[in-house]
Design a protein around this ligand. Structure first.
Ligand code: C5P
Length: 218
């Protein structure tokens, strides 16, 4: 299809969510937070006590995910779980189930469905490598582990969760390792991706950079 896609990938707390969201707003594009799909599946699994070893059951949860997105709110069936899915416990479970091929397969078609006119900004780990390999623009956002831990800390505190920098640093490293070294759809820059290190950048500066690159694709 000709509907443009901007794929923005990167590690956890690299600022990709904020940047991708703002880029989508500026262009009037739709926005896919693919991490939220893994988080929603994880939340359901945690609540049901589904074992990590039960790949089939987890894939079933993902395949029939009763998720909806509207006006920045994320609903699971009718429950607003926008804040709840940001909890570290949910993020950690998400990164574990994200290593399971059947779960990734179950979420594949759902993600493609977000590509609607006039365009899509897709945020995740494998947007440019697996889900939208023909994206008009691919960006790989990074930031130092310390900068990311600080951002995650601020995010959690702002959302009313408690947090501890040392724990966040070790969580980030564990999550990075799981995302980077897994056999399927590992976190890595897509071919042709523009690299952007946001350690010393504001979100708005990063947004301008991405918009500039996008303007050059046309
Ligand atoms: O981006 P976010 O931190 O919300 O993603 C939660 C987890 O979901 C990540 O740690 C990663 O393991 C997984 N994920 C993924 N592929 C994506 C998006 C997220 O594997 N496209």
């Amino acid at each position: 299809s000709n509907i443009p896609v901007i794929a923005i990938d990167g590690p956890t707390a690299s600022g990709k969510g904020t940047v991708a969201h703002k880029v989508a707003d500026r262009l009037g594009f739709h926005y896919l937070d693919s991490g939220a799909l893994y988080r929603l599946t994880a939340l359901m699994a945690l609540r049901r006590g589904t074992e990590l070893a039960d790949e089939h059951a987890l894939a079933k949860l993902a395949e029939h995910l009763p998720a909806s997105f509207s006006g920045g709110e994320i609903l699971l069936a009718k429950e607003n779980v926008t804040q709840l899915i940001r909890a570290e416990e949910v993020g950690n479970m998400a990164s574990k189930i994200a290593a399971l091929p059947a779960v990734r397969q179950a979420l594949f078609a759902l993600q493609l469905g977000f590509r609607r006119a006039p365009g899509l900004v897709a945020d995740g780990r494998d947007m440019g490598t697996v889900i939208f390999p023909h994206a008009q623009l691919k960006v790989f956002l990074t930031a130092s582990t310390e900068a990311r831990a600080q951002r995650r800390y601020k995010q959690l505190i702002d959302k009313g969760f408690s947090a501890n920098i040392e724990d966040l640093l070790s969580d980030l490293k564990a999550r990075d390792d799981r995302d980077t070294y897994r056999a399927i759809a590992p976190l890595m820059p897509a071919e042709g991706a523009h690299l952007l290190d946001t350690s010393n950048m504001t979100a708005d500066e990063a947004v301008e950079e991405v918009l500039k690159w996008y303007a050059h694709t046309k």
